[in-house]
Design a binder for this molecule. Sequence first.
Ligand SMILES: Cc1cc2nc3c(=O)[nH]c(=O)nc-3n(C[C@H](O)[C@H](O)[C@H](O)COP(=O)(O)O)c2cc1C
Length: 209
Amino acid sequence: MSADRLSGAAPRTFALAITGASGALYAVRTMAALLERECHLEVVISDYGRRLLLDELGERAAVPQLRAFLIEKYGEAAARGSFEVLSNKDLGATIASGSHDCEGMVIVPCSMKTLAGVAHGLSRNLIERAADVMLKEKRRLVVVARETPMSLPQLKNMVLCAEAGAMILPAMPAFYQMPTSLDDLADFMAGKILSALGLAHSLYPKWQG
Ligand SMILES: Cc1cc2nc3c(=O)[nH]c(=O)nc-3n(C[C@H](O)[C@H](O)[C@H](O)COP(=O)(O)O)c2cc1C
């Protein structure tokens, strides 16, 4: 049992949103990596995010089975933390308020539609509202944008988010760590996200020069 659990300290809490861009593998790897570090996750999944989980990872990754899927794929360590899935329609959920104790948020992957909503502060759903809360409270917001090629409005929306304080962390895995599988690429992206959220990890070998 960790020192935090023994001392009764509250777990580190993050919001994690999954939207309908390609890259569901990045989302589940990031979830598992945060859970392995005993975090509590407040998870919101858009309708198209749910569809992409199924399309790209199969029925086993359907939201009601997500916990079992993560443990089966990434091992028992993924059971160390906890998570709850909040409705994207519920603008009265915990993470819709700045007074809630949630230290940061990642949107992984982030569609161009959700990017636009965040860039313009629309708060049309819980994902956009929680992102808006992160920006107004000056907390960490990591936007794992995915589209190719990108239009000028999409590029401008990334600039708007960056100017407002978000970190744009595009779904662009590197190849210098010599990946041999899709899981290696997902490890790299999850590692970058954990670093952006301020968490130590060893998800990929650090560059030694
Ligand atoms: C199979 C599939 C793949 C998609 N991939 C992307 C993508 O990579 N990036 C993107 O911005 N939209 C992508 N879309 C379109 C979004 O899902 C769509 O714009 C949706 O309205 C996004 O809504 P959300 O942000 O609420 O999830 C994809 C849709 C489908 C069905």
